[in-house]
Design a protein around this ligand. Structure first.
Ligand SMILES: Nc1nc2c(ncn2[C@@H]2O[C@H](COP(=O)(O)OP(=O)(O)OP(=O)(O)O)[C@@H](O)[C@H]2O)c(=O)[nH]1
Ligand SMILES: [Mg+2]
Length: 327
């Protein structure tokens, strides 16, 4: 199987789309394929501009992603799209009927599209998405767009993959903005106010703008780092008609250039590497904990902690000692 992976990687690197698709599937299946893929391709990655789009269900993220891909295509850029489907019925199930999974007219030429289940993993974006981004990057995609639904942690996790994060909102979402304030608004490098053909787009844009100012003042008052000379632009779009899309692409390009110019690209690259190592470490740990002898000891220690005979940290130390010994 692992020899197959190496062979598929060679074919993918030579431009074979079917090999690319099979590798993403293998990454989704997890197991030993994932490390085998990363071993083959990691050194070939790091070139793509990875853009994460997040926002409330039904905001028009998919439509926007397709419009962006078409615009990048017109500019001669090679684009890959990953749509992370929430597997939880809680986040987005209600708007399923309204979803644009794949537009009827199909992908714009040269665009690779892939939908992936998030599997509801706590902590959001799973390894498979990270691997898929790496695969598209190694395949030669210059821009990778990732759509995640802004209803859980995955939208925050997307930052551990993306260079540029776009938060999509829609007019009249006063309450949602309140909700988003709590977390996801802060992660935006660029704001898109989509459905600008509806009432109240400029009011929503003004609210966002006021919120960015307040957030910055609060951050300054708390002595936080200066955001480094980047003010997140707010772009109004009508994704269904392609309006505002060239402006949005221009904003994404400006952010990419800002990252390069300011040295932040390096810092981001380091942060992404740290997140990848941490994920890999936890995966390895989970794998080892699943070994029958260790799993048995694990259960016993949990019982001990439950019975107040042992505290959780001591149990963890004992387990780690056991893992070291079982190497
Ligand atoms: N009026 C208007 N409708 C839009 C616009 N953009 C998208 N829509 C519509 O909004 C609905 C939802 O669009 P999607 O692109 O599926 O939204 P989404 O954010 O990807 O939705 P989920 O992935 O389900 O969270 C569809 O019926 C789109 O046609 C827009 O700019 N204006
Ligand atoms: Mg969608």
């Amino acid at each position: 199987m692992l020899r197959d992976i190496a062979d598929l990687c060679r074919r993918m690197l030579a431009g074979d789309r079917r090999a690319l698709a099979r590798l993403i599937t293998a990454a989704e299946d997890g197991g030993a394929a994932l490390p085998a893929i990363m071993k083959e391709i990691h050194s070939r990655t790091g070139r793509a501009h990875v853009v994460g789009l997040t926002g409330p269900p039904g905001a028009g993220k998919s439509t926007l992603v397709w419009a962006l891909a078409a615009e990048y295509g017109r500019l001669g850029r090679r684009v890959g799209i990953i749509a992370v489907d929430p597997s939880s019925p809680f986040s987005g199930g209600a708007v399923l009927g309204d979803r644009v999974r794949v537009p009827a007219r199909g992908a714009p030429p040269g665009v690779y599209f892939r939908s992936m289940a998030s599997r509801g993993r706590l902590g959001g974006t799973p390894h498979a998405v990270r691997a898929a981004v790496s695969l598209l990057d190694a395949f030669g995609k210059e821009v990778v767009l990732i759509e995640t639904v802004g209803a859980g942690q995955s939208d925050v996790a997307v930052r551990t993959l993306a260079h540029t994060t776009v938060v999509v909102s829609v007019p009249g979402l006063g309450d949602d903005i309140q909700m988003m304030k709590a977390g996801i608004l802060e992660i935006a490098d660029v704001y898109a106010v989509n459905k600008a053909d509806k009432e109240g787009a400029s009011r929503t844009a003004a609210q966002l703008s006021a919120m960015i100012d307040t957030g910055r003042e609060a951050a300054r008052a708390m002595g936080a780092d200066d955001p480094g000379g980047w003010t997140p632009p707010i772009v109004c779009t009508v994704a269904t008609r392609g309006e505002g899309i060239p402006d949005l692409v221009a904003a994404l390009e400006r952010h990419r250039q800002f990252l390069q110019r300011s040295g932040r690209a390096e810092l981001l690259n380091r942060a992404h590497a740290a997140a990848a190592v941490q994920d890999a470490l936890f995966t390895r740990l989970e794998e080892r904990l699943a070994r029958p002898d260790v799993a048995c000891e694990h259960t016993r220690l949990v019982d001990e902690v439950g019975a107040r005979r042992l505290d959780a940290f001591r149990a963890a130390d004992l387990l780690l000692a056991r893992l070291g010994a079982s190497e």
